[in-house]
Design a protein around this ligand. Structure first.
Ligand code: HEM
Length: 187
């Protein structure tokens, strides 16, 4: 008998990763606009919204704080995506509608595979970019990698990170619109 529903874990991972990725785009655009020469502080009013305060152990500029947050969440997302891939491979998803044509099945599979690939490649490009920066990589205050301080390679991977991000928005929009429509066969 074919599976009728996605597992709870798959549904939670889907929405959690989706929400985090949207947040990462907003955070990425926000943080790159911050000035490099701002005063260092130990307390941050998150996004200046007056809703939540985040205190850190060491003084830093808002730019450093938000870059560190972006990197930490990005590494977390990569771990969640890898777990999601494992889950997807070990738990059969619901079948597509039997009425779908061959090209529609190929489109659904292609869209899904591209999104999975981008969900891995975007954070990986971000991690390599950080590795080639002078700051390296940290995860919520824990140092993971020392920076190699190579400006050219940092800039190359910054371009790749940005280009893949644009690709993700495009693929996400197109796939979201058409794949969801043809794939949700069970409502
Ligand atoms: C799904 C995960 C991620 C998404 C959606 C994402 C998205 C973005 C976006 C939209 C920007 C702004 C691009 C620009 O306009 O220049 C950005 C910048 C950046 N991201 Fe990510 N990112 C992700 C993961 C990561 C990870 C894992 C790291 C590193 C560990 C990282 C490091 C950076 C850095 C350092 C920048 C600033 C680049 C610069 O200085 O121009 N990102 N990211």
């Amino acid at each position: 008998m074919s599976t009728q529903r996605y597992t709870k874990t798959a549904i939670i991972l889907h929405w959690l990763i989706g929400a985090l990725i949207v947040f990462m785009f907003l955070l990425g655009w926000y943080m790159t606009e911050l000035p490099k020469d701002a005063d260092k502080v130990m307390s941050f009013d998150l996004f200046d919204l007056g809703i939540a305060q985040w205190n850190v152990a060491q003084e830093m500029s808002p730019r450093t704080f938000y870059f560190n947050l972006h990197k930490s969440l990005g590494v977390t997302i990569l771990a969640l995506v890898l777990f999601r891939i494992y889950w997807r491979l070990s738990h059969r998803p619901p079948a597509l509608l039997s009425s779908l044509k061959a090209w529609e099945r190929k489109l659904a599979a292609g869209g899904h595979h591209s999104l999975y690939l981008l969900m891995v490649l975007i954070p990986v490009a971000g991690i390599i970019m950080s590795l080639y920066s002078k700051y390296g990589l940290q995860w919520f205050g824990i140092k993971l990698l020392e920076g190699l301080d190579n400006k050219d390679l940092r800039e190359t991977f910054a371009e790749v990170h940005e280009l893949l991000g644009t690709g993700h928005c495009d693929a996400g929009g197109i796939s979201g619109a058409c794949i969801r429509g043809i794939e949700t066969s069970l409502d």
